[in-house]
Design a protein around this ligand. Sequence first.
Ligand code: SF4
Length: 363
Amino acid sequence: MKSVFDFGLNDWELWCSERGLPRFSAKQIFQWIFQKGGKDPAQFTSLSLKIRQALAEEFNWKLLEIDSHLISRDESEKVLLRTADDLLIEMVIMPYDNRVTLCLSSQVGCKRGCTFCQTGRMGLKRNLTSGEILGQLLIANELLLPKDRTVTNVVFMGMGEPLDNYDEVVKACRIMLDENGFGLSSKRVTISTSGIVPRIAQLGRELPVRLAISLHSADNEKRSQMMPVNRLYNLEALKKVLIEYPAPHRLGITFEYVMIEGVNDRKEDARRLIEFLHGIKARVNLIPINHFPGVEMHPSSAKRLQDFQTELTNCSIPAPVRYSRGVDISGGCGQLAAKREGELHLDPRVLHRERRRSVLNVL
Ligand code: SF4
């Protein structure tokens, strides 16, 4: 049975036309589901009884289930969600005074294997559907309801490489931006990528959202060691696509740069970065690496961070230092690996091997 959350406005228009229903019914159904967060068609009172019955009979209305919910000292919330086929994904809700940002997942795991990221150590299990991506937003809004708040910003910086799941991510984004869907501003939806060059070009042509690049080094050899994707799409190819990125979107490209002691934090690294960014209107977020089990990497010292930042700002490149939120609940940058409370200290490779083994034992 199809999930109702996988249907976009076009799908509803087709569904309605196949049943001889008026076109405006499609818009009403779409609004009930995404704008109003309705999960029970019996309550869709503006629709006829016949349509409500058809919706109840023909579709699966189950959203993702909450497996566990951790709240950080800084009020960020990490929510572990269970898919219908019993896989776990994570999202992080980050409330600020003037906005609420949702960091959501686009895949179960990731195949890109970046060395500083726990998700990369899980491997890829599968892509999420657009309904599972949007389900995270619906659940976040439900959790925020008692506080009278709602998600205002979405960043695709959770589990997965969003551009490896291009079609579903783009479909979900369109519903986020649709005034009859979530009605988010295109300036408030950010797709962050490790640098899947052909898809960046396609995204620039097709979707007006903000782009963030997970860069972390402007030296090909070093970047290839940290991010195997660089062997496929090197810095020259990445720069070319960013220079050609459509101007209105190019105005706001953000670069994420995780600061790792002795790896990518020397002045020479900063100078290479400045050279790489020449010709691109960029902002660089400097993120001291967050600790995670199984890997011996340490954040740069305060002095290194400051020296690196000064090199960039002296060349008029904004470079704020960003300390991750939710680090105490393993919800910071690079820390997501579908872990429950008692599992935060475990190496994701060991944890997921154990989970597979226990599933096989049950069978
Ligand atoms: S940083 Fe992103 S692309 Fe790299 S392994 Fe982690 S989730 Fe995948």
